[in-house]
Design a protein around this ligand. Structure first.
Ligand code: AMP
Length: 452
């Protein structure tokens, strides 16, 4: 299996950042020199206990061999409770963005990171934030609606995905995660703010601003701010909201800021500089426009042959976790009905499906309860599910960039995947544009329904 090659470039801030903290935990060089549970000190209690069947968990229970060129989580002097969660999640070595950012963010530096989904950027910022909060427990009592960490993401799906990962990474400590996103019950979120500690707040801009303006959540003591997918926030028109939110947080010199974006148009470059304080800039860009672990093929078909060929394809690949993309909501609905009638275990994920239903559908898909998901591009952006074996483009996307996004739902985390794209007389003219974006020619096969 060929692993996706990535290229990392870094530059050191011109002037060292004034240390945000003065009493940073001393560096633990020897793997087990810190007594087990040492970081349980302070006023933070363990949630999912640091013990397994009465035995205290220590970093020695998580052996990871040293490998040249790879950074282990062991080497970062993380709190044991964070390392334990990392071990439970099955991570061993830092991904490139983690190896580039963590040594700096753990020291309190700000980050401007160019990284796409799939690079491990979520864990990169969460591990830094959680470790910091455990190392520096709150010294004062304050109402529980004051957020310590704030993560702003452009879409509900991404926010929920981040919150899921935050829950896993905090499973062995008492830090609490609260999610505020539009489209889900306002009332439930309000109750969460009233009854839970807002240690880590994950939010989309609009809903967050509603709660912050009515002072149901307080941002004046935020210690760590993350802006994820900043370029998408720009393209979705959220920057004015994000600016208002940032104005409610402490000054950039007294908070830590991590900004991630897949691309850096001029506006984002300017905002990134404005919002961060002597940031370290890191870029992890895939060398290839698309992942080499994905086998791509285009089926050229006559328009009336698309459905029978698709049915055959799905039936032949019985049981494979599959996402089918269509361009319009009515197309997704039509396809979903046809698949259902053909007794294919499927569900629909498009903008017309209520948000709570979308979250449930995504969960069922992740859990393997649903085999085939029919999605539009907008809804599809939120699908970060491992082990998707097949992506089908029932119609070629109108924007060639969407092709890369779509097929990137498979072949994640070093797995192999396949994409099959249907091109008929209506959209075959798009092929050269798509090939330009992916930087290679894509194999074409002429297909007809063999049962015809
Ligand atoms: P992200 O780019 O944050 O969406 O992460 C992509 C996927 O990589 C997620 O499923 C993560 O759980 C997983 N991941 C993150 N860091 C690591 C790591 N160090 N080792 C293995 N998998 C990881």
């Amino acid at each position: 299996m060929e692993k996706q090659t990535q290229e990392a470039t870094t530059n050191t801030p011109s002037k060292p950042k004034r240390p945000r903290r003065t009493n940073k935990r001393p560096k633990n060089t020897a793997q087990s020199s810190r007594p087990a549970n040492a970081d349980v000190a302070g006023n933070q209690e363990t949630k999912g206990a640091n013990t397994t069947k009465g035995k205290v968990w220590s970093i020695d229970d998580f052996p990871v061999a040293e490998v040249e060129g790879k950074l282990r989580f062991h080497d970062l002097n993380l709190p044991d409770r964070v390392i334990k969660s990392i071990a439970e999640m099955g991570f061993e070595y830092c991904s490139e963005i983690q190896a580039e950012t963590l040594p700096m963010t753990l020291l309190g530096y700000d980050i401007i990171g160019q990284a796409q989904t799939g690079t491990g950027k979520t864990a990169a910022f969460l591990i830094a934030m959680i470790s910091d909060f455990l190392d520096y427990p709150l010294e004062e009592k304050r109402p529980n609606n004051f957020a310590r960490g704030l993560i702003i993401a452009p879409t509900r799906e991404l926010a929920i995905q981040i919150a899921d990962e935050a829950e896993k990474l905090t499973s062995n400590c008492h830090l609490n995660v609260v999610t505020l996103v539009g489209g889900l019950s306002y009332e439930k979120q309000k109750i969460a703010l009233e009854t839970e500690n807002v240690d880590i707040l994950v939010a989309t801009p609009g809903r967050l601003l509603d709660f912050a303006r009515s002072r149901k959540v307080q941002l004046g003591k935020v210690e760590c701010l993350v802006l994820d997918e900043a370029d998408r926030m720009l393209s979705m028109g959220f920057i004015p909201d994000v600016k208002s939110i940032i104005r409610m947080t402490p000054h950039k010199e007294t908070r830590q800021t991590m900004l991630f974006s897949a691309t850096f148009p001029k506006d984002i470059q300017a905002l990134a500089q404005q919002w961060t304080y002597f940031p370290k800039e890191v870029s992890v860009v895939p060398k290839e426009a698309t992942n080499q672990n994905i086998e791509q093929v285009i089926y050229t078909v006559e328009a009336d042959q698309k459905w029978p060929v698709l049915k055959q394809l799905i039936q032949e690949n019985g049981g494979q976790r599959t996402i089918i993309f269509a361009n319009r909501r009515d197309e997704t609905r039509d396809l979903y009905e046809r698949l259902r009638k053909a007794n294919i275990n499927c569900a629909i994920l498009s903008g017309e499906v209520a948000q709570d239903k979308r979250v449930k559908t995504l969960k069922n898909f992740k859990d393997g309860v649903i085999q085939v998901l029919v999605a539009t591009d907008v809804a599809g952006r939120g699908i970060h599910v491992d082990n998707v074996q097949l992506v089908v483009n029932y119609a070629l996307p109108e924007d060639p960039e969407d092709y890369v996004h779509r097929i990137g739902r498979t072949g994640r985390g070093g797995e192999t995947g396949k994409s099959v794209s249907f091109a008929s007389e209506d959209d075959a003219f798009m092929i050269p544009e798509i090939e330009k974006v992916v930087g290679e020619s894509i194999r074409c096969e002429y297909m007809v329904d063999t049962n015809r």
